[in-house]
Every structure is written in structure tokens, then in C-alpha cells.
Design a protein around this ligand. Structure first.
Ligand code: GDP
Length: 206
């Protein structure tokens, strides 16, 4: 199945960016949102999924993107890039408004099916990532962890490192309804991209 995608990923298009819910596109099909700390590689992941290096601007100024970015893969599937978190130079007021913004989306979006929590495979979940994972588990929002930048792992330590990271995920909030799957991925080499596309295609139109 993974080798014959149903969706024309390379036709994914940018629908728009908006912070206020009133300006978000009308819900259509299934939505999958990408969350993660700024600079973790969410834009690169969107580009890798679409096979289009220009789809999402790969920002050189971390933390500069405001609002939610909506990308339509097909009428049945939209990907949403949530604002990145974790920039110390932001004020508390800004961090609070970031949190309210994503909570409004996560708790109110009727067609949200899955959150991809994008992590750096080298570091594993940081404190802010853990806060987000806890919050998603608490709200029973299906989530899936993407261990990105896997090309940066040292080959000799890769297996044991990934095994130990994998053990982190079932702990805390194991739940049959919301399994916390892991995808090991590199937007640079393309590792894991086809498998993740297949996983997202299974949600399209649901
Ligand atoms: P965002 O802020 O989460 O959207 O992150 P970006 O996609 O802009 O990526 C931040 C930086 O990480 C850029 O310099 C990217 O080239 C780099 N990057 C993203 N994905 C990968 C990857 O899979 N492997 C490597 N080595 N670098 C990556």
C-alpha cells in the first residue's frame, strides 16, 4: 500500500495562514496538525510529504511564523502547521497567547483527526514536548510522534538510542484508543516519508 499513494501529494497547495479562528478555512475532510518546537523541522516535513521543496517556506528566522498554516493535499485531507513553541525570547504573554491559540484549534476543530508531534530524534522529547504530549493525552486527542532529523543520529548508536526513546512513549498515558505510534523520519534523506504518507492517507476523508 505504501508504494502506491492514493493522493497526489505533489499537488498539495497552501490555503492560507490565520491566527483567528474566524479566518481559518472552512473544515473539509480530515485535518492532521503538526506540532513541535520552532526549528524542529515541521516546514521541511511538510515539504518532504508533498515532494515540493517550496510548499512551506523553510524559515531561517526561527519562531517568526505566526498563526496556523493550512495546506490542502486533497479535498479529504488538510495538513495544518501549528505555530512552533519554545522560544525563550518570547514573553509570557506571547507564550500564553500561543497556548490559547493551539488549544482553541485542538479543542474546537471538528475535523481534526491526528496531531503529529514532531521531535528531534537526537534529543527526544524536551520539557515543552512532554507538556504537549501530556495535554494531548489528557484531552484524548490522537497523537503520533515523529522522530525527525533521523539522518543526524550516529549510525553506531542509532538502534539503541531509538529503542530507548521508543520506551518513553507508552509510559504515562498508555491508551488502546490513542496509541502513541512512533515514526522515525528524515526530511533530508526521505527516510520514513512514504510510510507516514500512507498513514495519513488512511485518514483522508474520514
Ligand atoms: P520549523 O521551524 O519546525 O518549520 O523547521 P524547518 O523545517 O524550518 O527546519 C529547521 C532547520 O532544520 C533547517 O535548517 C532545516 O534545513 C533543518 N532540517 C529540517 N529537517 C531536517 C532533517 O530531516 N535533517 C536535517 N539534517 N536537517 C533538517
Amino acid at each position: 500500500m505504501a508504494s502506491s499513494p492514493r493522493l497526489a501529494w505533489n499537488r498539495a497547495k497552501f490555503l492560507g495562514a490565520a491566527q483567528d479562528a474566524a479566518a481559518w478555512p472552512r473544515p473539509q475532510g480530515a485535518e492532521v496538525a503538526l506540532a513541535g518546537r520552532s526549528n524542529v523541522g515541521k516546514s521541511s516535513l511538510l515539504n518532504a510529504l508533498a515532494g515540493n521543496s517550496r510548499l512551506a517556506r523553510v524559515s531561517k528566522a526561527p519562531g517568526c511564523t505566526r498563526g496556523l498554516l493550512f495546506f490542502q493535499v486533497s479535498p479529504g485531507l488538510t495538513l495544518v502547521d501549528l505555530p512552533g513553541y519554545g522560544f525563550a525570547r518570547r514573553s509570557k504573554a506571547e507564550r500564553d497567547s500561543w497556548r490559547e491559540g493551539i488549544e482553541e484549534y485542538i479543542e474546537g476543530r471538528p475535523n481534526l483527526r491526528l496531531i503529529l508531534v514532531v521531535l528531534d530524534a537526537r534529543l527526544g522529547p524536551t520539557e515543552l514536548d512532554r507538556d504537549l504530549l501530556e495535554y494531548l493525552a489528557h484531552r484524548q486527542v490522537p497523537s503520533l510522534a515523529v522522530l525527525g532529523k533521523a539522518d543526524q543520529l550516529q549510525p553506531s548508536r542509532r538502534r539503541t538510542h531509538l529503542e530507548s526513546l521508543g520506551k518513553l512513549f507508552p509510559q504515562g498515558h498508555p491508551s488502546k484508543e490513542h496509541p502513541r505510534d512512533l515514526f522515525v523520519l528524515s526530511s533530508k534523506t526521505g527516510e520514513g516519508v512514504v510510510a507516514l504518507r500512507a498513514r495519513l492517507e488512511a485518514l483522508a476523508g474520514s
